[in-house]
Design a protein around this ligand. Structure first.
Ligand code: NAD
Length: 356
């Protein structure tokens, strides 16, 4: 199995290094090849997603991605900015399903802004459709308003749309992910107001017939946002469109209070995927050896579970992460009094040691 390793910029190389060490310690024979991406791609080849990097990503069975971006590239034209690499990879590899777990280990319950009893032990998975919806729907633009009380004025408009096949494929990903967990799926929509999401609901119900072992329920997005903050632990897997998923997944991430802990995956129809921490390249702490590598290490665990079909190896990594937290090791972003403050390398080494 071939893994494309794309460390990127800022803290990317530091945190990816630790995840690679953990992957190498599993006793599997992964072939890993590294290539520059983002600002590093621009420096090396004049483009954030150099041809060789895209070729490697296409050939590989999975991609381990660090993070891209640095303020020094802010003046570049948009097409050459580091963040374009992510969009380019998503588009070229057809990565339409974004999986964002929000897990709050009981040891870190104090990091959340919510009461510990509401969030401690939280373990939910948000699945966001990534390539459709109002973000990409045509037509869009600014035009002369054709009707209504503001007729003749300028108006901005976008188009919300989802094709049946788009809904079916994300629904399959969601049902299959639920099968690997607690077998409960909540489809989030706005079927009471939007035609697009009335249709979404109809198709999700139809796909459900192939997954009778999964319990499906439906929730309007406004209620889902409220329930995420009121009683997040009652969810298992949530699936929704691009716009609602963008908002809800960030909301869920913040329930945990620690961005350095959250992995993510973006999958295609064959479960090939790009795995990356939910955070960015953190230029403010790059090179200081203090970045939390756990989100990236946990992204590697997701890669083993979803793309490489090695769930036991994923379990080993996740158990090792739990163990080091229970031992009281903390990088500065999750540090609390009474714990042992460690840097990136020490945290990675502790996870390696805790692997059984
Ligand atoms: P960021 O996530 O990089 O950082 C936000 C804050 O969280 C910073 O204070 C940072 O130090 C901290 N942080 C992030 N990851 C951490 C970790 N692993 N350990 C400890 N602390 C951590 O977001 P930002 O500052 O808004 O963006 C910085 C750059 O990253 C920008 O160029 C942005 O475009 C880019 N970005 C990239 C991605 C990506 O590669 N997928 C995602 C978001 C932002």
């Amino acid at each position: 199995m071939k893994i494309a390793v794309l460390p990127g910029d800022g803290i990317g190389p530091e945190i990816v290094e630790q995840a690679v060490l953990v992957l190498n310690a599993l006793g599997e024979s992964f072939e890993m090849e590294t290539a520059p991406v983002g600002g590093a791609g621009y420096e090396a080849h004049g483009h954030p997603l150099p041809e060789g990097t895209l070729k490697l990503a296409k050939e590989a069975d999975a991609i381990l991605f660090g993070a891209v971006g640095d303020w020094k590239y802010d003046t570049l034209e948009r097409a050459l900015r580091p963040e374009q690499a992510i969009l380019g990879l998503r588009k070229n590899l057809n990565l339409f399903a974004n999986l964002r777990p929000a897990i709050l280990y009981p040891e870190l319950a104090g990091a959340s802004t919510l009461k510990p009893e509401v969030v401690s032990g939280l373990d939910i998975l948000i699945i966001r459709e990534l390539t459709g919806d109002v973000y990409f729907g045509q037509p869009r633009g600014v035009r002369e308003c054709p009707d209504g009380p503001f007729k003749g004025q300028r108006e901005g408009f976008d188009t919300m749309r989802y094709a049946e096949g788009e809904i079916r494929r994300i629904a399959h990903v969601a049902f299959q992910a639920a099968q690997k967990r607690d077998k409960r799926l909540t489809s989030v929509d706005k079927a009471n107001v939007l035609e697009t999401f009335q249709f979404w609901k109809e198709i999700v119900i139809d796909v459900h017939r192939e997954y009778p072992d999964v319990a499906l329920d439906h929730m309007y997005v406004d209620n889902a946002a409220m329930q995420l903050v009121r009683a997040p632990k009652k969810f298992d897997v949530m699936v929704t469109g691009n716009l609602f998923g963008d908002i809800l997944s960030d909301c869920a991430a913040m329930l945990t209070g620690s961005i350095g802990m959250l992995p993510s995956a973006s999958l295609d129809a064959n479960n090939k995927g790009l795995y990356e921490p939910s955070h960015g390249s953190a230029p403010d702490i790059a090179g200081k050896g203090v970045a939390n590598p756990l989100a990236t290490i946990l992204s590697a665990a997701m890669m083993l579970r979803y793309s490489l079909n090695k769930p036991q190896q994923a379990d080993r990594i996740e158990a090792a992460v739990k163990k080091v937290l229970a031992q009281g090791l903390r990088t500065p972003d999750i540090f609390e009094a009474g714990m042992r403050k460690v840097g990136t390398r020490e945290m990675g080494a502790a996870v390696l040691q805790a692997l059984v």
